[in-house]
Design a protein around this ligand. Structure first.
Ligand code: ATP
Ligand code: MG
Length: 302
């Protein structure tokens, strides 16, 4: 890719991601319309897809530098209601990436081994190595979402009862903020995505999963049950985002009623963040240059 072209793409990526970036406690969920596509209409869809394809090429190039430099790591966290498109977004945005430089972990209901530890334990074991992009499909944020909406999960966690007070959610936010600051101070760049789908669009996607045989496997009866707690979830999401958004670890609240738009914004945010790291291929020193020259001479004489 030409330098000029890269510069233009990065500028466009910043502009696309910026409106959805949350870094402080002023955030209100109702300010983000799940159906928003900025100034792009459905006629722009093919163009957006093309932009995504180019973006994926650029992402691959940036990741190559991240890997070569072997210093920064990137952690991408995806949270959403069911059928918001987490899996699809992860699949598309990461499609051009060298698998060696990428690690994906899905966090489901905790196992009995997980429950024998503090809640960050299972996530800490899965942190990306330097030079890698780590993806969390759900994360420790479930501890302030599903566990908050369904208090019975909290009871199963075996935390000493005297430590479970009415301040537990505020305490969890505080611990998560501190943890993410620790990560950022260690060179782990944390980005968090909430794919914000509307209740109406979720219903449509659930019905598709029921009606189309190839999609049946994606549907579980429990997904429909969780839908009844929609308002509780939205409240929990808003509170979580307000309390854990920071400049070092921003939330991106991405409209998710149009999958093509979601993917473009997610890709753009990752490109912008990688560009912020100012990644460069490591420069080799004089002695290494001498080694290279000697090796070349040897090979040519061979
Ligand atoms: P999909 O349904 O698209 O395959 P998913 O991420 O929804 O993907 P599920 O198999 O449905 O995967 O499992 C995730 C479930 O695990 C969610 O309902 C989530 O709320 C739950 N879960 C994740 N972390 C926790 C936790 N710490 N405590 C309790 N439940 C959790
Ligand atoms: Mg599910």
């Amino acid at each position: 890719m030409k330098k000029k072209e890269i510069k233009k793409m990065i500028k466009r990526a910043r502009k696309l991601a910026e409106p959805f970036r949350v870094t402080d406690d002023k955030f209100r969920l109702k300010d983000i319309d799940p159906d928003d596509t900025l100034d792009l209409t459905s006629e722009d869809k093919p163009r957006a897809k093309e932009a995504l394809a180019n973006g994926i090429e650029l992402l691959a190039e940036l990741q190559d530098r991240l890997y070569a430099q072997d210093s920064w790591a990137m952690l991408l966290i995806f949270q959403a209601m069911d059928a918001a498109g987490k899996d699809g977004a992860i699949k598309h945005v990461m499609s051009g990436i060298n698998p060696q430089g990428c690690q994906v972990f899905s966090f489901k209901s905790p196992s009995s081994e997980d429950l024998d530890h503090d809640y960050l334990w299972r996530c800490m074991k899965s942190m990306p190595e330097r030079g890698r992009i780590g993806i969390f499909n759900r994360s420790y944020y479930e501890e302030t979402l599903v566990v908050r909406v369904h208090k019975e999960f909290l009871e199963k966690q075996k935390v000493p009862p005297e430590l479970v007070s009415k301040d537990i959610w505020e305490e969890r936010f505080q611990d998560i903020r501190t943890f993410e600051r620790y990560l950022s101070r260690n060179g782990v760049c944390v980005l968090k995505f909430f794919l914000h789908v509307s209740k109406k669009e979720q219903k449509k996607r659930f019905l598709e999963r029921i009606e189309e045989p190839e999609k049946n496997w994606k549907f579980s009866a429990n997904d429909a049950k969780e839908r009844q707690y929609w308002d509780d979830y939205m409240e929990a999401y808003e509170d979580m985002i307000r309390n854990t958004a920071s400049k070092a670890a921003p939330w991106y609240v991405v409209p998710a009623d149009n999958k093509w738009f979601t993917r473009v914004v997610v890709g753009a945010a990752i490109i912008a963040a990688l560009d912020d790291l100012d990644l460069k291929y490591p420069k080799v020193g004089d002695s290494k240059l001498k080694d290279l020259a000697a090796a070349k001479k040897g090979l040519l004489a061979d």
